[in-house]
Design a protein around this ligand. Sequence first.
Ligand SMILES: *[C@@H]1O[C@H](CO)[C@@H](O)[C@H](O)[C@H]1NC(C)=O
Ligand SMILES: *[C@@H]1O[C@H](CO)[C@@H](O)[C@H](O)[C@H]1NC(C)=O
Length: 295
Amino acid sequence: MEEVVMKNRGLLLAILVAVYVSPALGNFNQDVSVTWGDGRGQILNNGQVVALSLDRTSGSGFQSNNQFLYGWFQMQIKLVPRNSAGTVTAYYLKSDGSTWDEIDLEFLGNATGEPYVLHTNIFSHGKGNREQQFYLWFDPRADFHTYSVLWNPSQISIYVDGTPIREYKNLEGAGVPYPKSQAMRLYGTLWDAEDWATRGGLVKTDWSQAPFTASFRNFSYSACVWNKGTSSCPSSVSPTGTGKGTSWYTQQLSTEGENRMKWVQQNYMIYNYCNDPKRFPQGLPLECTLSSKSS
Ligand SMILES: *[C@@H]1O[C@H](CO)[C@@H](O)[C@H](O)[C@H]1NC(C)=O
Ligand SMILES: *[C@@H]1O[C@H](CO)[C@@H](O)[C@H](O)[C@H]1NC(C)=O
């Protein structure tokens, strides 16, 4: 597959970028590094799987070697089996610095047989407070499921097994900050948060069950790679590329997608910051009022 360097820095860079971005199916050995956990995070099966573990001493985590400015990321995750209360398995994109951007999926564990919660948040320019939480319509500990993030200039969407559960539109024109100028890395982590994760901290981690393990596999992505101030997109999304107008770079939710998202939000959403006015005495965040007007 051929890549196009948006700001032309010469053929050599173009070739290097092509080598980096081409594979749609990622290999963890090439794409990520285990950055903490002292051996508790391991890349297995020739780069097909990352297993993270957590015990009383430490959790563990990995991060992508590249930074991205827009992309379409898919990961299959199998969460901590049985009693995972107090544990958090996180899968997120984040930029550096004090006014960072972040797209966050945190899976909050639970006692055996009790439901996991998928906690999501979106930070723009260092400010979050945009939590939405969901139950899932399956047991995420029993098998791998696909969790995806679409981040392009017009919207951020989060998908579970291909079903959109959340959308954050670019409403910059109306004054809502949108992540669009800071490159982000992809992270996967497993850590303990027994103070708040499960029923607000009522259920603590049962350390006799440690080590806790979550597995990541089948990472695939198409993304614009950020390298020394230059963003290099796959040719399929570049303005001169073959897929112009049809790729993830310009994708928006279809009417069907919007309907499926509504179904999830009606049946599985358990918290939405937009429905929590007492948290915002000065008034709900602007994007909440704008999106309720438009729907
Ligand atoms: C854990 O289970 C309880 C009881 O079913 C539920 O109220 C809670 O939302 C679940 N998830 C978390 C993360 O607390
Ligand atoms: C891996 O992910 C791709 C899409 O990203 C999907 O088509 C394929 O079925 C997945 N493989 C497995 C084993 O689930």
